[in-house]
Design a protein. Structure first.
Length: 192
């Protein structure tokens, strides 16, 4: 049964198969979607940070799976560091140099299904006005009717590693790690 659920979910989310009548839109649930990232701090510890409360959508076209897409926009001021002074430093010109309304965005450019519940999602990541290609290793967790609101809901996780210096945020590298290990956890509900 589990393999049937995964195959169905892969078809819906990752573009693996059978025809649907029209593209299906799923909207990210901002209350249950986060992007976490860690970096090495001088070899002493790892520092953890997160973005939440952001928007995005997944579109799937069964007749042309290559047209399926994922797009996410994250206001930079939605960063949570756990320490106000670090937040203010991250918002400075040393790192994000952000103004009100500045965004981090990801737009997919292609999807390669790698298994019953896994895929590589290729796309363009934009931070600080710099756009670079990124590949996400994605895993579908579950596709089911949400028990509280009755909407069809998708849940998945993805990981990637990026270099902050690629996006003009490389202050103190290499003493403070240049590589960010990124983990994404998403819930998305079928649009009305």
């Amino acid at each position: 049964m589990k393999s049937i659920v995964f195959a169905t979910a892969a078809t819906l989310v990752l573009g693996a198969g059978a025809a649907l009548a029209a593209p299906e839109k799923y909207m990210l649930d901002p209350a249950h979607s986060q992007v976490m990232f860690t970096y090495d701090h001088l070899g002493f510890s790892k520092t953890y940070n997160a973005f939440s409360g952001f928007e995005g959508e997944i579109m799937f076209d069964a007749e042309d799976p290559a047209s399926s897409s994922v797009s996410v926009s994250i206001p930079t001021n939605k960063l949570y560091t756990g320490w106000e002074e670090r937040f203010q430093h991250m918002m400075s010109e040393d790192f994000l140099g952000t103004a009100e309304g500045d965004m981090v965005s990801f737009t997919s450019t292609g999807i390669e299904v790698t298994g019953d519940d896994t895929a590589k999602i290729m796309g363009d990541l934009t931070i600080n006005g710099e756009t670079k290609p990124v590949t996400l290793d994605a895993k579908l967790n579950k596709v089911a009717e949400h028990p509280m609101n009755g909407k069809e809901t998708l849940g998945f996780e993805a990981t990637t590693t990026i270099k902050r210096s690629d996006f003009g945020a490389g202050k103190f590298a290499p003493n403070v790690g240049d590589e960010l290990d990124v983990t994404i956890s998403i819930e998305a509900q079928k649009a009305e």
